[in-house]
Design a binder for this molecule. Structure first.
Ligand SMILES: Nc1ncnc2c1ncn2[C@@H]1O[C@H](COP(=O)(O)OP(=O)(O)OP(=O)(O)O)[C@@H](O)[C@H]1O
Ligand SMILES: [Mg+2]
Length: 234
């Protein structure tokens, strides 16, 4: 067995972070990134110290959702994430020069370890992690490397999505990872269907890149209500 000294650095980096919430959904294109980004904006608006980590290396998109232009991490005994609307934000997009990041297998794990080890979040109430789709290296590495990870699952009203969701939740239960709840993103319906659901929001697309506008959307209001019930009151 090889020992990677960076894993002990990760423990130290995360010792001042109260809660780590991975926004997961296993299916692609179901709203994980918008949810993770808007969730961070809501928490920050509520006065919580919040970080957002985009771990979707091949499809990083939170920088677009937050409109992260003209900001860059600062190198200082590690990397200090820049702040956007009060959120400390870290993404591979800062280092990929607008190009695709074709990583696979051990290279993904290595990039995750490096990013977790070098990023200096400082004290945080919440670190939100935007996960790539699928139960893959990133999903397994996050729960292995960050023992305080909790899962916030997203799904859409589809039989296929539900089946994948059920299997994934069963896996996380087996791995003893706490599941905060499941949010249904009604991508095809103008009204939320069922409890803990977000309706389709035709204004969302035009608000991307504008945190102030995003916070005023129907999407954001629904999400705020859901997280108040799920964990903010705790
Ligand atoms: N409730 C909604 N109403 C309207 N548009 C939505 C809603 N939820 C998500 N979208 C839109 O759907 C698209 C996909 O969302 P997003 O990128 O967050 O999905 P994702 O699950 O992160 O995708 P990937 O699996 O590729 O990472 C975006 O353009 C987003 O604005
Ligand atoms: Mg995404």
């Amino acid at each position: 067995m090889t020992i990677d000294p960076r894993t002990s650095v990760i423990k130290k980096r995360f010792s001042n972070i109260k809660r780590v919430i991975a926004v997961t959904g296993w299916k692609g294109g179901i709203g994980k990134s918008v949810t993770a980004s808007v969730l961070s904006l809501i928490l920050s608006k509520k006065g919580k110290t919040c970080g957002l980590l985009d771990l979707d290396f091949t499809g990083a998109s939170d920088h677009i959702i937050l409109g992260a232009k003209d900001v860059f991490p600062e190198e200082k005994n590690g990397i200090v994430p820049p702040e956007i609307n009060g959120i400390k934000f870290m993404s591979i997009s800062f280092f990929s020069d607008g190009k695709a990041v074709p990583l696979r297998g051990n290279n993904i794990t290595d990039a995750i370890i490096e990013m977790l080890a070098i990023t200096r979040w400082g004290k945080l109430d919440y670190l939100i992690i935007d996960m790539p789709p699928g139960i893959n290296d990133t999903a397994l590495d996050v729960v292995r490397l960050i023992d305080k990870t909790e899962i916030l699952a997203l799904t859409i009203p589809s039989i296929i999505a539900k089946d994948v969701l059920d299997r994934s939740l069963e896996l996380y239960k087996r791995l003893k990872v706490p599941i905060i709840g499941v949010i249904i993103n009604n991508l095809l319906h103008s009204k939320g269907i069922g409890a803990k659901s977000i309706p389709y929001d035709d204004k969302l697309e035009a608000s991307l890149g504008r945190p102030d506008k995003l916070l005023k959307t129907k999407f954001s209001r629904s999400l705020e209500k859901i997280i108040s019930e799920l964990f903010l009151s705790v």
